[in-house]
Design a protein around this ligand. Sequence first.
Ligand SMILES: Nc1ncnc2c1ncn2[C@@H]1O[C@H](COP(=O)(O)OP(=O)(O)O)[C@@H](O)[C@H]1O
Ligand SMILES: [Mg+2]
Length: 144
Amino acid sequence: MAKYLSSSEKQTQQIARQLAKMVRQAHHKRKVFALTGELGAGKTIFVQGFAKGLGIKDKIISPTFILIRQHKIPDTTQTLYHIDLYRLEDTKDFRHMGLKEILSDPNNIVLIEWAEKAKELLPKNTVKINISKGDDQNRVIAIS
Ligand SMILES: Nc1ncnc2c1ncn2[C@@H]1O[C@H](COP(=O)(O)OP(=O)(O)O)[C@@H](O)[C@H]1O
Ligand SMILES: [Mg+2]
């Protein structure tokens, strides 16, 4: 378990960016990242930094009604999936979303906000990232 303190949006993005750079290395086998933390904790901000670290230039936004967005990772055959389960009402929807298939494709790097809603589908080696809010802009980012 690694714990990071962040006191700004930028710092959270920087932490995420460093992690993404490690993941970019071919030998990094853990490619599913489960993000948890209350609304406004900084999960989407984290995904933004992570995407930058992979060289993705697209704007990363909260998926709101579209639960899944995909972004091609430049200079690779890989795809980043940004999934946000906040509005998911029924886990039966996982089938329609093809979530299992997305998670099992080794060509995908998958970041899931509100990942606790998909607990039963997450692979064993999922990287867990919890962001907790402190005072003002302070956040604790725990990665395990
Ligand atoms: N240290 C920090 N890390 C990340 N976001 C922060 C931080 N401090 C303040 N913020 C603000 O908190 C909000 C986080 O929003 P967002 O990433 O959409 O949260 P979530 O996706 O967890 O609901 C943003 O408005 C961001 O500017
Ligand atoms: Mg979000």
